[in-house]
Write a protein that binds this ligand. Structure first.
Ligand code: C2O
Ligand code: CU
Ligand code: CU
Length: 511
């Protein structure tokens, strides 16, 4: 053989081998990616319940809370990691206020970098919203104040710095905000905080060998961080001692990207009583409830004396192809939280057959119909631009937003300021878990969701609210847009007003 030919053959063989190794690597990654912890979690850590944030009432009658964002070391149960938290090392206290009350939250940023605190699901002025235009520089404080004016609901708070939200939330900055309302808080529902009314903040984490949080995106993930370990309220392998016949779980998916489909291994039915923006018209008997990042569900579970059962997340139907399902969590199963019923259970009233009356918004009265198409990390082809107002809404009007994801990858859609209703999903009436007030919906690919919302007040032509995909990696990559609410006839202004694109709202100060 001539030397040149020999070299060519050797090179070909090398390329073929490399390709084979590459393919084998992909196959191995593909085959080893599915995670299941079903039946293999030993529940050894009592579920921590976030404390209710203490508050005072100031001279102006405002309910005042303090939140300090800071770094710390947090014990997840079997490992200790560098984390961030509010008023502690990880997560934050539960804020609680009643409709009609004016609240003031003194947010102190004790981190080494700027952040924000956004009140997810809250109806409030844009300058108080805590989005990317309300940056709180390191070492300073921010003092948003607003009047709580919406039905009883399970809301939450988390940072929203543009391009950095995923990292800030993943490190632990998040907490619950419960709104009470004499009109819509149903007294027969379990309501003793931490006893039979329990926050369940579910997150997936990756841990490095040294115990720290691994912030790297797993190979082939199209959605950023996906973890293989579940933490609830900051604890791995948690159990909850249940002392009452029925227990209400306020479940929040505070993960960066993971979609959960919650249920129980014995397929028992539970009652879905509330979603993002409040209680439903009645309890719905369900076997599963799916939550994408940012969404909440209030469920009431019946237990029998002495039994143990597990809140499990089953493989969620992401509506995607095999490849995307595999690498984005569509085939994963997790044991999330064990419920340990006491041998003697306190009696609780039966659930009422009706909960709250919510009038349906009428698409016939919509002043505008807008379309939003999500594709790649763009909405209607555009990446987020802090200096561009994408949508101008007139105060006092109702709008229909038609939202479609064009991709076999999970996206969802969250709107600030308002709670909306789902008119239909590809023309069909919404299923129970989408039948109440919502602020975030999971988008199955190529399915059109018609959402309807009323933009009742808080006009401000210069300070936008956000709408975005709540897969935090997508949001950070620019899958977000801005809308302002204006008075009739008014034009949108310059985002951030005269504050140099920055620090509008709730005056800044050192502290
Ligand atoms: Cu929970 Cu714009 O965010
Ligand atoms: Cu939000
Ligand atoms: Cu997305």
């Amino acid at each position: 053989m001539r030397p040149l030919r020999r070299v060519l053959i050797a090179a070909t063989v090398a390329v073929v081998l490399l390709c084979a190794a590459g393919v084998a690597g992909v196959v191995w990654t593909f085959n080893s990616r599915t995670v299941s912890t079903a039946g293999s979690v030993e529940f050894v850590h009592a579920l921590p319940v976030p404390p209710l944030a203490p508050s005072t009432v100031d001279g102006e009658g405002r309910r005042v809370f303090e939140l300090r964002a800071r770094t710390g070391r947090h014990d997840f149960g079997d490992r200790t990691a560098d984390t961030w938290g509010f008023n502690g090392a990880y997560l934050g206290p539960t804020l609680r206020a009643t409709r009609g009350e004016q609240v003031l939250v003194n947010v102190h940023n004790e981190l080494d970098e700027e952040t924000t605190v956004h009140w997810h699901g809250m109806h409030l002025p844009a300058r108080m919203d805590g989005g990317p235009h309300q940056m709180v520089p390191a070492g300073t404080s921010w003092h948003p104040t607003w009047t709580v004016d919406q039905p009883a609901a399970t809301l939450w708070y988390h940072p929203h710095p543009h391009g950095e939200t995923a990292r800030h939330v993943y490190r632990g900055l998040a907490g619950m905000f419960i709104v009470d309302d004499p009109e819509t808080s149903v007294a027969q529902l379990p309501n003793r905080y931490g006893v039979d009314d329990v926050p369940v903040i579910v997150q997936d984490k990756r841990f490095s060998r040294n115990g720290n949080l691994n912030e790297n995106t797993p190979m082939f993930s199209g959605v950023g961080l996906l973890g293989d370990t579940i933490v609830v309220n900051g604890a791995t392998a948690p159990y909850l001692d249940v002392t009452t016949e029925r227990v209400r779980l306020r479940v929040l998916n505070a993960s960066n990207a993971r979609v959960f489909d919650f249920g129980f291994p014995d397929d028992r039915e539970f009652a879905l009583v509330g979603t993002d923006g409040g209680l439903l018209d009645k309890p719905y008997r369900m076997k599963r409830v799916m939550l994408s990042p940012g969404e909440r569900a209030e469920i009431v579970v019946d237990v029998r004396p002495g039994e143990r059962t597990v809140l499990r997340s089953f493989p969620p139907d992401l509506g995607a192809d095999t490849w995307s399902e595999r690498f984005n969590g569509g085939e994963d199963t997790f044991d999330v939280l064990q419920l340990r019923a006491a041998d003697r259970l306190e009696e609780r009233p039966e659930l009422p057959s009706r909960l709250v009356d919510t009038p349906r918004l009428d698409p016939g009265e919509a002043a505008e119909t807008r379309r939003f198409t999500l594709s790649g990390t763009r909405i209607n082809g555009d990446a987020m631009d802090m200096d561009r107002i994408d949508v101008t809404v007139t105060k006092g009007t109702t709008e229909v937003w038609e939202v479609t994801s064009r991709e076999a990858l999970q996206h969802n859609f969250h709107i600030h300021d308002v709670q909306f209703q789902v008119i239909d999903v590809d023309g069909a009436a919404p299923p129970p878990h989408l039948s109440g007030w919502k602020d975030t919906v999971f988008l199955r690919p190529n399915t059109t969701f018609r959402l309807i919302a009323r933009f009742a007040d808080h006009a401000d032509p210069e300070m936008p609210y956000m709408y975005h995909c709540h897969i935090l990696f997508h949001e950070d990559e620019g899958m977000m847009g801005q809308f302002v609410v204006v008075e009739p006839g008014q034009q949108a202004g310059t985002p951030g007003g005269d504050h140099g694109g920055g620090h509008g709202g709730g005056h800044q100060g050192h502290g």
